[in-house]
Ligand binder design. Structure first.
Ligand SMILES: Nc1ncnc2c1ncn2[C@@H]1O[C@H](COP(=O)(O)OP(=O)(O)OP(=O)(O)O)[C@@H](O)[C@H]1O
Ligand SMILES: [Mg+2]
Length: 500
Protein backbone atom coordinates (compact mmCIF):
# COMPACT_ATOMS: atom_id res chain seq x y z
CA UNK A 1 0.00 0.00 0.00
CA UNK A 2 1.19 3.44 -0.77
CA UNK A 3 -0.35 6.83 -0.32
CA UNK A 4 1.49 8.23 -3.31
CA UNK A 5 -0.03 8.53 -6.74
CA UNK A 6 3.37 9.15 -8.27
CA UNK A 7 6.79 8.50 -6.87
CA UNK A 8 10.37 8.90 -8.05
CA UNK A 9 13.17 6.81 -6.58
CA UNK A 10 16.78 7.74 -7.21
CA UNK A 11 16.02 9.62 -10.43
CA UNK A 12 19.09 11.09 -12.14
CA UNK A 13 19.52 12.59 -15.58
CA UNK A 14 22.62 13.27 -17.62
CA UNK A 15 22.96 15.06 -20.94
CA UNK A 16 26.15 14.05 -22.74
CA UNK A 17 27.78 13.14 -19.45
CA UNK A 18 26.67 16.30 -17.63
CA UNK A 19 24.50 15.52 -14.62
CA UNK A 20 21.55 17.91 -14.38
CA UNK A 21 19.42 15.92 -11.92
CA UNK A 22 20.85 13.92 -9.08
CA UNK A 23 19.13 11.23 -7.03
CA UNK A 24 15.67 12.73 -6.76
CA UNK A 25 13.24 10.99 -4.39
CA UNK A 26 9.77 12.45 -4.13
CA UNK A 27 6.27 11.11 -3.52
CA UNK A 28 3.28 13.01 -4.82
CA UNK A 29 0.01 12.68 -2.88
CA UNK A 30 -3.21 12.23 -4.80
CA UNK A 31 -5.12 15.48 -5.29
CA UNK A 32 -2.38 17.78 -4.10
CA UNK A 33 -0.90 20.79 -5.87
CA UNK A 34 2.82 20.18 -5.75
CA UNK A 35 5.04 23.19 -6.43
CA UNK A 36 8.58 23.08 -7.79
CA UNK A 37 10.99 25.94 -7.25
CA UNK A 38 14.59 26.49 -8.22
CA UNK A 39 16.93 28.82 -10.04
CA UNK A 40 17.13 28.90 -13.84
CA UNK A 41 18.76 25.68 -14.91
CA UNK A 42 18.14 23.91 -11.58
CA UNK A 43 16.48 21.00 -13.36
CA UNK A 44 12.77 21.70 -12.82
CA UNK A 45 11.63 21.25 -16.40
CA UNK A 46 13.89 18.24 -16.84
CA UNK A 47 12.28 16.50 -13.86
CA UNK A 48 8.79 17.13 -15.16
CA UNK A 49 9.77 16.05 -18.66
CA UNK A 50 10.87 12.72 -17.19
CA UNK A 51 7.48 12.32 -15.52
CA UNK A 52 5.65 12.84 -18.78
CA UNK A 53 7.87 10.74 -21.01
CA UNK A 54 9.72 13.45 -22.92
CA UNK A 55 13.05 12.38 -21.38
CA UNK A 56 13.99 9.02 -19.97
CA UNK A 57 15.99 9.09 -16.75
CA UNK A 58 19.63 8.01 -16.75
CA UNK A 59 19.06 6.26 -13.43
CA UNK A 60 16.17 5.57 -11.09
CA UNK A 61 12.62 4.34 -11.13
CA UNK A 62 9.11 5.72 -11.34
CA UNK A 63 6.07 4.37 -9.51
CA UNK A 64 2.45 5.05 -10.32
CA UNK A 65 -0.01 4.12 -7.56
CA UNK A 66 2.76 2.03 -5.99
CA UNK A 67 3.57 0.05 -9.15
CA UNK A 68 6.78 0.46 -11.10
CA UNK A 69 6.18 2.04 -14.50
CA UNK A 70 8.29 3.06 -17.40
CA UNK A 71 7.22 6.13 -19.34
CA UNK A 72 9.23 5.96 -22.55
CA UNK A 73 7.23 8.58 -24.45
CA UNK A 74 4.48 11.18 -24.05
CA UNK A 75 1.75 9.00 -25.47
CA UNK A 76 2.42 6.35 -22.82
CA UNK A 77 2.24 9.13 -20.23
CA UNK A 78 -1.09 10.17 -21.63
CA UNK A 79 -2.44 6.62 -21.49
CA UNK A 80 -1.36 6.54 -17.86
CA UNK A 81 -3.29 9.74 -17.24
CA UNK A 82 -0.33 12.13 -17.11
CA UNK A 83 -0.45 15.27 -19.24
CA UNK A 84 1.87 18.21 -19.50
CA UNK A 85 1.07 21.81 -20.37
CA UNK A 86 4.39 22.70 -21.97
CA UNK A 87 6.28 26.00 -21.70
CA UNK A 88 6.15 26.17 -25.47
CA UNK A 89 2.80 25.06 -26.83
CA UNK A 90 2.25 22.13 -29.18
CA UNK A 91 -0.67 23.39 -31.20
CA UNK A 92 -1.23 23.40 -34.92
CA UNK A 93 -1.72 27.02 -35.84
CA UNK A 94 -3.86 26.44 -38.90
CA UNK A 95 -6.37 24.15 -37.20
CA UNK A 96 -9.29 25.15 -35.02
CA UNK A 97 -9.50 24.88 -31.26
CA UNK A 98 -11.59 21.72 -31.24
CA UNK A 99 -9.45 20.06 -33.91
CA UNK A 100 -6.40 20.66 -31.75
CA UNK A 101 -8.12 19.43 -28.60
CA UNK A 102 -9.02 16.15 -30.30
CA UNK A 103 -5.90 15.80 -32.40
CA UNK A 104 -4.90 12.13 -32.51
CA UNK A 105 -8.02 10.98 -30.67
CA UNK A 106 -10.77 12.18 -32.97
CA UNK A 107 -14.31 11.04 -32.29
CA UNK A 108 -15.65 9.11 -35.26
CA UNK A 109 -19.04 7.88 -36.30
CA UNK A 110 -19.19 5.22 -38.98
CA UNK A 111 -15.63 6.05 -40.01
CA UNK A 112 -16.38 9.74 -40.40
CA UNK A 113 -15.23 12.50 -38.10
CA UNK A 114 -17.95 13.45 -35.69
CA UNK A 115 -17.21 17.15 -35.65
CA UNK A 116 -20.41 17.99 -33.85
CA UNK A 117 -19.54 15.83 -30.85
CA UNK A 118 -15.98 17.11 -30.73
CA UNK A 119 -17.19 20.70 -30.91
CA UNK A 120 -19.70 20.13 -28.14
CA UNK A 121 -17.25 18.46 -25.79
CA UNK A 122 -14.65 21.14 -26.41
CA UNK A 123 -17.24 23.78 -25.80
CA UNK A 124 -18.19 22.16 -22.49
CA UNK A 125 -14.60 22.20 -21.25
CA UNK A 126 -14.01 25.74 -22.40
CA UNK A 127 -17.06 26.79 -20.39
CA UNK A 128 -15.65 24.95 -17.41
CA UNK A 129 -12.46 26.97 -17.93
CA UNK A 130 -14.55 30.14 -17.90
CA UNK A 131 -13.35 31.34 -21.25
CA UNK A 132 -15.54 32.67 -24.02
CA UNK A 133 -13.25 31.08 -26.57
CA UNK A 134 -15.07 29.51 -29.52
CA UNK A 135 -14.28 25.88 -30.37
CA UNK A 136 -14.16 27.00 -34.00
CA UNK A 137 -11.54 29.73 -33.58
CA UNK A 138 -8.26 29.17 -35.43
CA UNK A 139 -5.22 28.78 -33.18
CA UNK A 140 -3.22 31.39 -35.10
CA UNK A 141 -5.70 34.07 -34.03
CA UNK A 142 -5.44 33.34 -30.32
CA UNK A 143 -3.51 35.14 -27.60
CA UNK A 144 -0.90 33.26 -25.60
CA UNK A 145 -3.30 32.89 -22.68
CA UNK A 146 -5.99 31.48 -24.93
CA UNK A 147 -3.55 28.98 -26.42
CA UNK A 148 -2.72 27.83 -22.93
CA UNK A 149 -6.41 27.31 -22.23
CA UNK A 150 -6.57 25.11 -25.31
CA UNK A 151 -3.64 23.04 -23.98
CA UNK A 152 -5.42 22.62 -20.66
CA UNK A 153 -8.68 21.68 -22.35
CA UNK A 154 -6.74 19.10 -24.35
CA UNK A 155 -5.38 17.53 -21.16
CA UNK A 156 -8.83 17.44 -19.56
CA UNK A 157 -10.42 15.80 -22.57
CA UNK A 158 -7.75 13.12 -22.26
CA UNK A 159 -9.10 12.58 -18.75
CA UNK A 160 -5.74 13.22 -17.12
CA UNK A 161 -5.40 12.42 -13.44
CA UNK A 162 -2.03 14.13 -13.19
CA UNK A 163 -1.57 17.53 -14.77
CA UNK A 164 1.92 18.90 -15.12
CA UNK A 165 2.28 22.64 -15.59
CA UNK A 166 5.62 24.21 -16.44
CA UNK A 167 5.46 27.92 -15.63
CA UNK A 168 1.84 28.28 -16.70
CA UNK A 169 1.47 31.75 -15.24
CA UNK A 170 4.52 33.35 -16.83
CA UNK A 171 2.56 34.31 -19.90
CA UNK A 172 -0.66 35.29 -18.14
CA UNK A 173 -2.00 38.57 -16.85
CA UNK A 174 -3.14 38.95 -13.26
CA UNK A 175 -6.75 38.38 -14.20
CA UNK A 176 -5.92 35.29 -16.24
CA UNK A 177 -3.82 33.93 -13.39
CA UNK A 178 -6.85 34.22 -11.12
CA UNK A 179 -8.96 32.29 -13.61
CA UNK A 180 -6.28 29.60 -13.82
CA UNK A 181 -6.06 29.37 -10.03
CA UNK A 182 -9.84 29.05 -9.80
CA UNK A 183 -9.60 26.23 -12.27
CA UNK A 184 -6.79 24.56 -10.32
CA UNK A 185 -8.99 24.66 -7.21
CA UNK A 186 -11.87 23.06 -9.07
CA UNK A 187 -9.68 20.38 -10.61
CA UNK A 188 -8.34 19.66 -7.15
CA UNK A 189 -11.91 19.12 -5.92
CA UNK A 190 -12.29 16.59 -8.72
CA UNK A 191 -9.21 14.77 -7.42
CA UNK A 192 -6.78 15.83 -10.14
CA UNK A 193 -3.16 15.97 -8.97
CA UNK A 194 -1.11 18.89 -10.22
CA UNK A 195 2.58 19.67 -10.43
CA UNK A 196 3.31 23.34 -10.83
CA UNK A 197 6.53 25.23 -11.64
CA UNK A 198 6.68 28.96 -11.02
CA UNK A 199 9.25 31.64 -10.30
CA UNK A 200 6.68 33.67 -8.42
CA UNK A 201 6.97 32.76 -4.78
CA UNK A 202 3.71 34.46 -3.94
CA UNK A 203 1.85 32.22 -6.36
CA UNK A 204 3.44 29.09 -4.96
CA UNK A 205 2.41 30.23 -1.50
CA UNK A 206 -1.12 30.84 -2.71
CA UNK A 207 -1.87 27.74 -4.74
CA UNK A 208 0.42 24.87 -3.68
CA UNK A 209 0.06 22.41 -0.84
CA UNK A 210 3.65 21.23 -0.77
CA UNK A 211 6.76 22.40 -2.47
CA UNK A 212 10.00 20.92 -3.74
CA UNK A 213 13.11 23.06 -3.95
CA UNK A 214 15.85 22.05 -6.39
CA UNK A 215 19.31 23.52 -6.58
CA UNK A 216 21.87 22.48 -9.20
CA UNK A 217 19.95 19.28 -9.82
CA UNK A 218 19.80 18.31 -6.17
CA UNK A 219 16.75 17.98 -3.95
CA UNK A 220 17.13 20.60 -1.22
CA UNK A 221 13.81 20.14 0.56
CA UNK A 222 10.15 19.20 0.36
CA UNK A 223 8.06 21.42 2.61
CA UNK A 224 4.46 21.99 3.51
CA UNK A 225 3.80 25.40 1.99
CA UNK A 226 2.03 26.50 5.17
CA UNK A 227 5.25 26.05 7.05
CA UNK A 228 7.65 28.01 4.88
CA UNK A 229 7.93 31.75 4.24
CA UNK A 230 8.69 33.32 0.87
CA UNK A 231 11.93 34.56 2.34
CA UNK A 232 13.01 31.03 3.23
CA UNK A 233 11.96 29.74 -0.18
CA UNK A 234 14.29 32.23 -1.85
CA UNK A 235 17.07 31.44 0.55
CA UNK A 236 16.86 27.70 -0.06
CA UNK A 237 16.74 28.18 -3.83
CA UNK A 238 19.79 30.35 -3.97
CA UNK A 239 21.66 28.72 -1.11
CA UNK A 240 22.31 31.95 0.77
CA UNK A 241 20.59 35.09 2.01
CA UNK A 242 19.25 37.25 -0.78
CA UNK A 243 19.68 40.86 0.23
CA UNK A 244 18.58 44.04 -1.44
CA UNK A 245 16.73 42.78 -4.46
CA UNK A 246 16.25 46.32 -5.75
CA UNK A 247 19.13 48.78 -6.13
CA UNK A 248 18.75 52.36 -4.97
CA UNK A 249 16.76 54.38 -7.47
CA UNK A 250 18.57 56.21 -10.23
CA UNK A 251 18.58 59.98 -10.34
CA UNK A 252 17.69 61.17 -13.80
CA UNK A 253 19.13 64.25 -15.46
CA UNK A 254 17.25 67.16 -16.95
CA UNK A 255 18.04 66.34 -20.53
CA UNK A 256 15.21 64.77 -22.54
CA UNK A 257 16.46 61.86 -24.65
CA UNK A 258 13.15 60.70 -26.06
CA UNK A 259 10.05 62.71 -26.70
CA UNK A 260 6.87 61.25 -28.09
CA UNK A 261 4.13 63.59 -29.12
CA UNK A 262 0.63 62.91 -30.43
CA UNK A 263 1.54 59.39 -31.43
CA UNK A 264 -1.27 57.33 -32.91
CA UNK A 265 -1.29 53.75 -34.00
CA UNK A 266 -4.93 53.02 -33.51
CA UNK A 267 -6.74 51.44 -31.83
CA UNK A 268 -4.27 50.66 -29.05
CA UNK A 269 -1.96 53.66 -29.26
CA UNK A 270 -4.08 56.73 -28.92
CA UNK A 271 -2.65 60.25 -28.77
CA UNK A 272 0.40 59.41 -26.68
CA UNK A 273 2.60 62.16 -25.24
CA UNK A 274 5.54 61.57 -22.93
CA UNK A 275 9.20 62.34 -22.35
CA UNK A 276 12.05 60.18 -21.14
CA UNK A 277 14.98 61.80 -19.33
CA UNK A 278 18.61 60.82 -19.49
CA UNK A 279 19.39 58.25 -16.83
CA UNK A 280 15.74 57.63 -16.03
CA UNK A 281 13.96 54.33 -15.45
CA UNK A 282 10.44 55.11 -16.63
CA UNK A 283 7.80 52.49 -15.92
CA UNK A 284 4.70 51.68 -17.93
CA UNK A 285 1.90 50.02 -16.00
CA UNK A 286 -1.50 48.87 -17.20
CA UNK A 287 -3.78 45.91 -17.60
CA UNK A 288 -3.91 43.58 -20.57
CA UNK A 289 -5.01 45.43 -23.68
CA UNK A 290 -3.80 48.75 -22.28
CA UNK A 291 -1.55 49.14 -25.32
CA UNK A 292 1.89 49.24 -23.70
CA UNK A 293 3.49 46.69 -26.02
CA UNK A 294 1.78 48.27 -29.01
CA UNK A 295 3.21 51.65 -28.02
CA UNK A 296 6.72 50.18 -27.81
CA UNK A 297 6.21 48.56 -31.20
CA UNK A 298 5.02 51.82 -32.72
CA UNK A 299 8.09 53.65 -31.40
CA UNK A 300 10.39 50.91 -32.69
CA UNK A 301 8.94 50.94 -36.19
CA UNK A 302 7.35 47.53 -35.78
CA UNK A 303 3.85 48.93 -36.12
CA UNK A 304 2.43 51.53 -38.49
CA UNK A 305 1.94 54.98 -37.08
CA UNK A 306 -0.94 57.09 -38.37
CA UNK A 307 0.39 60.31 -36.91
CA UNK A 308 2.63 61.84 -34.30
CA UNK A 309 6.29 62.65 -33.80
CA UNK A 310 9.24 61.07 -32.08
CA UNK A 311 12.33 63.03 -31.11
CA UNK A 312 15.52 61.27 -30.12
CA UNK A 313 18.20 63.40 -28.44
CA UNK A 314 16.38 66.52 -29.60
CA UNK A 315 16.25 65.46 -33.21
CA UNK A 316 13.07 64.45 -34.97
CA UNK A 317 13.40 60.80 -35.86
CA UNK A 318 11.77 59.00 -38.72
CA UNK A 319 11.46 55.38 -37.69
CA UNK A 320 9.71 52.98 -40.02
CA UNK A 321 11.54 49.77 -39.24
CA UNK A 322 13.59 48.23 -36.45
CA UNK A 323 16.77 48.99 -38.37
CA UNK A 324 15.79 52.68 -38.37
CA UNK A 325 15.34 52.43 -34.62
CA UNK A 326 18.78 50.89 -34.30
CA UNK A 327 20.29 53.92 -36.05
CA UNK A 328 18.86 56.12 -33.33
CA UNK A 329 20.35 53.74 -30.77
CA UNK A 330 16.99 52.45 -29.58
CA UNK A 331 16.83 48.90 -28.29
CA UNK A 332 13.73 46.82 -27.62
CA UNK A 333 13.43 43.57 -25.72
CA UNK A 334 10.05 42.27 -26.77
CA UNK A 335 7.79 40.32 -24.45
CA UNK A 336 7.17 37.59 -26.97
CA UNK A 337 9.33 34.61 -26.19
CA UNK A 338 9.07 33.00 -29.59
CA UNK A 339 9.10 36.02 -31.84
CA UNK A 340 12.12 37.52 -30.17
CA UNK A 341 14.54 36.31 -32.74
CA UNK A 342 16.83 33.91 -31.00
CA UNK A 343 18.10 31.23 -33.33
CA UNK A 344 17.55 28.03 -31.44
CA UNK A 345 20.14 25.95 -33.24
CA UNK A 346 22.88 28.56 -32.90
CA UNK A 347 25.23 28.76 -29.93
CA UNK A 348 25.42 31.57 -27.40
CA UNK A 349 28.01 33.81 -29.16
CA UNK A 350 26.17 33.67 -32.49
CA UNK A 351 22.93 34.68 -30.79
CA UNK A 352 24.55 37.46 -28.79
CA UNK A 353 25.90 39.16 -31.89
CA UNK A 354 22.90 38.54 -34.14
CA UNK A 355 22.10 42.22 -34.53
CA UNK A 356 25.47 43.74 -33.74
CA UNK A 357 27.36 41.46 -36.11
CA UNK A 358 28.83 44.35 -38.07
CA UNK A 359 31.05 45.18 -35.12
CA UNK A 360 32.78 41.85 -35.46
CA UNK A 361 33.24 41.64 -39.16
CA UNK A 362 35.66 43.62 -41.26
CA UNK A 363 36.09 41.39 -44.28
CA UNK A 364 36.01 38.39 -41.99
CA UNK A 365 34.21 37.60 -38.79
CA UNK A 366 36.32 37.98 -35.68
CA UNK A 367 35.21 34.83 -33.92
CA UNK A 368 37.68 35.40 -31.17
CA UNK A 369 36.36 38.87 -30.34
CA UNK A 370 32.81 37.60 -30.52
CA UNK A 371 33.53 34.87 -27.98
CA UNK A 372 35.36 37.24 -25.68
CA UNK A 373 32.49 39.72 -25.59
CA UNK A 374 29.96 36.96 -25.12
CA UNK A 375 31.98 35.63 -22.22
CA UNK A 376 31.58 38.93 -20.38
CA UNK A 377 27.80 38.80 -20.79
CA UNK A 378 27.71 35.19 -19.70
CA UNK A 379 29.51 36.22 -16.52
CA UNK A 380 27.47 39.35 -15.98
CA UNK A 381 24.09 37.66 -16.28
CA UNK A 382 25.25 34.32 -14.94
CA UNK A 383 24.08 32.43 -18.02
CA UNK A 384 24.23 28.74 -17.18
CA UNK A 385 24.84 26.29 -19.98
CA UNK A 386 26.96 23.21 -20.52
CA UNK A 387 29.22 25.30 -22.76
CA UNK A 388 29.26 28.50 -24.79
CA UNK A 389 28.62 26.39 -27.86
CA UNK A 390 25.49 24.77 -26.49
CA UNK A 391 22.66 25.37 -28.89
CA UNK A 392 20.10 27.76 -27.46
CA UNK A 393 17.39 25.11 -27.55
CA UNK A 394 19.20 23.20 -24.82
CA UNK A 395 19.34 26.13 -22.45
CA UNK A 396 16.68 26.40 -19.77
CA UNK A 397 13.96 28.99 -20.38
CA UNK A 398 15.40 31.58 -18.03
CA UNK A 399 18.87 31.25 -19.46
CA UNK A 400 17.52 31.84 -22.96
CA UNK A 401 16.00 35.09 -21.70
CA UNK A 402 19.40 36.17 -20.39
CA UNK A 403 21.02 35.57 -23.79
CA UNK A 404 18.25 37.66 -25.29
CA UNK A 405 19.17 40.52 -22.98
CA UNK A 406 22.85 40.15 -23.92
CA UNK A 407 21.94 40.35 -27.59
CA UNK A 408 20.32 43.74 -27.11
CA UNK A 409 23.04 45.06 -24.86
CA UNK A 410 25.55 44.32 -27.57
CA UNK A 411 23.88 46.82 -29.90
CA UNK A 412 25.06 49.62 -27.54
CA UNK A 413 21.66 51.20 -27.13
CA UNK A 414 21.23 54.61 -25.52
CA UNK A 415 17.57 54.07 -24.93
CA UNK A 416 16.38 50.63 -24.00
CA UNK A 417 12.76 49.55 -23.91
CA UNK A 418 12.36 46.42 -21.83
CA UNK A 419 9.01 44.65 -22.19
CA UNK A 420 8.52 42.18 -19.33
CA UNK A 421 12.28 41.75 -18.92
CA UNK A 422 12.21 39.23 -16.09
CA UNK A 423 9.62 36.81 -17.38
CA UNK A 424 10.64 33.28 -16.41
CA UNK A 425 13.69 34.54 -14.55
CA UNK A 426 14.49 33.26 -11.06
CA UNK A 427 14.66 35.56 -8.03
CA UNK A 428 18.41 35.77 -7.96
CA UNK A 429 18.82 36.46 -11.67
CA UNK A 430 16.03 39.05 -11.39
CA UNK A 431 18.06 40.83 -8.79
CA UNK A 432 21.07 40.75 -11.12
CA UNK A 433 19.01 42.25 -13.92
CA UNK A 434 17.63 45.02 -11.70
CA UNK A 435 21.12 45.96 -10.61
CA UNK A 436 22.25 45.80 -14.20
CA UNK A 437 19.49 48.21 -15.29
CA UNK A 438 20.62 50.48 -12.49
CA UNK A 439 24.23 50.40 -13.67
CA UNK A 440 23.09 51.23 -17.19
CA UNK A 441 21.29 54.35 -16.06
CA UNK A 442 24.26 55.32 -13.93
CA UNK A 443 26.28 55.17 -17.13
CA UNK A 444 23.82 57.57 -18.77
CA UNK A 445 21.49 55.18 -20.59
CA UNK A 446 17.76 55.62 -20.26
CA UNK A 447 15.27 52.80 -19.84
CA UNK A 448 11.58 52.23 -20.28
CA UNK A 449 10.32 49.22 -18.37
CA UNK A 450 6.97 47.69 -19.25
CA UNK A 451 5.93 45.23 -16.60
CA UNK A 452 2.90 43.46 -15.26
CA UNK A 453 4.67 42.90 -11.97
CA UNK A 454 3.86 46.01 -10.02
CA UNK A 455 6.47 45.12 -7.46
CA UNK A 456 9.08 45.45 -10.18
CA UNK A 457 7.90 48.91 -11.27
CA UNK A 458 7.63 50.06 -7.69
CA UNK A 459 11.14 48.86 -6.90
CA UNK A 460 12.84 50.18 -10.03
CA UNK A 461 11.20 53.31 -11.36
CA UNK A 462 11.35 56.97 -10.50
CA UNK A 463 8.22 57.63 -12.52
CA UNK A 464 5.43 55.37 -13.74
CA UNK A 465 2.97 56.13 -16.52
CA UNK A 466 -0.25 54.17 -16.45
CA UNK A 467 -1.99 53.22 -19.67
CA UNK A 468 -5.56 52.21 -20.17
CA UNK A 469 -7.17 51.23 -23.49
CA UNK A 470 -4.54 52.94 -25.58
CA UNK A 471 -4.13 56.15 -23.60
CA UNK A 472 -1.88 57.38 -20.85
CA UNK A 473 -4.32 58.02 -18.03
CA UNK A 474 -2.03 58.77 -15.13
CA UNK A 475 1.45 59.51 -13.94
CA UNK A 476 2.78 58.64 -10.51
CA UNK A 477 6.11 59.68 -9.07
CA UNK A 478 8.06 59.33 -5.85
CA UNK A 479 6.13 57.97 -2.90
CA UNK A 480 2.98 57.79 -5.01
CA UNK A 481 4.46 54.82 -6.85
CA UNK A 482 2.53 52.17 -4.98
CA UNK A 483 0.18 49.39 -5.91
CA UNK A 484 -2.96 51.22 -4.90
CA UNK A 485 -2.38 54.43 -6.79
CA UNK A 486 -1.26 52.62 -9.92
CA UNK A 487 -4.30 50.34 -9.88
CA UNK A 488 -6.69 53.27 -9.48
CA UNK A 489 -5.52 54.53 -12.87
CA UNK A 490 -5.10 51.13 -14.50
CA UNK A 491 -8.65 50.11 -13.62
CA UNK A 492 -10.13 53.46 -14.64
CA UNK A 493 -11.32 54.36 -11.14
CA UNK A 494 -9.72 57.79 -11.20
CA UNK A 495 -12.59 59.16 -13.30
CA UNK A 496 -15.03 58.53 -10.48
CA UNK A 497 -12.74 60.16 -7.98
CA UNK A 498 -12.39 63.35 -9.93
CA UNK A 499 -14.56 66.22 -8.80
CA UNK A 500 -17.23 67.15 -11.30
N1 LIG B 1 18.04 18.39 -24.13
C1 LIG B 1 19.06 18.88 -23.41
N2 LIG B 1 20.34 18.72 -23.79
C2 LIG B 1 21.35 19.22 -23.05
N3 LIG B 1 21.19 19.89 -21.90
C3 LIG B 1 19.94 20.09 -21.46
C4 LIG B 1 18.80 19.60 -22.19
N4 LIG B 1 17.69 19.94 -21.51
C5 LIG B 1 18.09 20.62 -20.42
N5 LIG B 1 19.45 20.70 -20.39
C6 LIG B 1 20.25 21.33 -19.32
O1 LIG B 1 19.79 20.84 -18.08
C7 LIG B 1 19.83 21.86 -17.08
C8 LIG B 1 18.48 21.96 -16.42
O2 LIG B 1 17.58 22.51 -17.34
P1 LIG B 1 16.03 22.72 -17.02
O3 LIG B 1 15.39 23.14 -18.29
O4 LIG B 1 15.50 21.51 -16.34
O5 LIG B 1 16.09 23.94 -15.98
P2 LIG B 1 14.88 24.70 -15.25
O6 LIG B 1 15.05 24.47 -13.79
O7 LIG B 1 13.60 24.31 -15.84
O8 LIG B 1 15.24 26.22 -15.55
P3 LIG B 1 14.30 27.50 -15.97
O9 LIG B 1 13.79 28.09 -14.69
O10 LIG B 1 15.27 28.47 -16.59
O11 LIG B 1 13.26 27.03 -16.89
C9 LIG B 1 20.27 23.13 -17.78
O12 LIG B 1 21.64 23.32 -17.53
C10 LIG B 1 20.04 22.84 -19.26
O13 LIG B 1 20.96 23.54 -20.05
MG1 LIG C 1 12.23 25.34 -17.10
Amino acid sequence: MTSHILETRGISKEFSGVRVLNDINIGIRPGEVFGILGENGAGKSTLLKILCGIYTPTEGELFLNGNPVSIPNPSTAQQLGISMIPQEFNLIETLSVFENVFLGMEIRRGGLLNKKAMREQTSRWLKELQTDLSPNATIAQLSVAQKQMVEIAKALVHDSRILIMDEPTTVLTQHEVEILFGLIERLKQKGVTMLFISHKLKEVKQICDRLLILRDGNLISVDEVKEITEHDMAKKMVGRELNQVFPSKSVSQDKTVLKVSGLNSLPLVNDIHFELKKGEVLGFAGLIGAGRTELAEAIMGLRRKQSGQIWVQGQEASIHSPSDALKYRLGYLSEDRKGRGLVLNFGIPENTTLISLKKYSRWILHKHKEREVTQTYVKQFDVRAASMNSELQYLSGGNQQKVYLAKWMDTNPEILILDEPTRGIDVNAKKEIYHFIHSLTEAGLSCIVISSELEELIGLCTRVLVMRVGRIVGEVTGEHINEEEIMVYAAGLHDERMPA
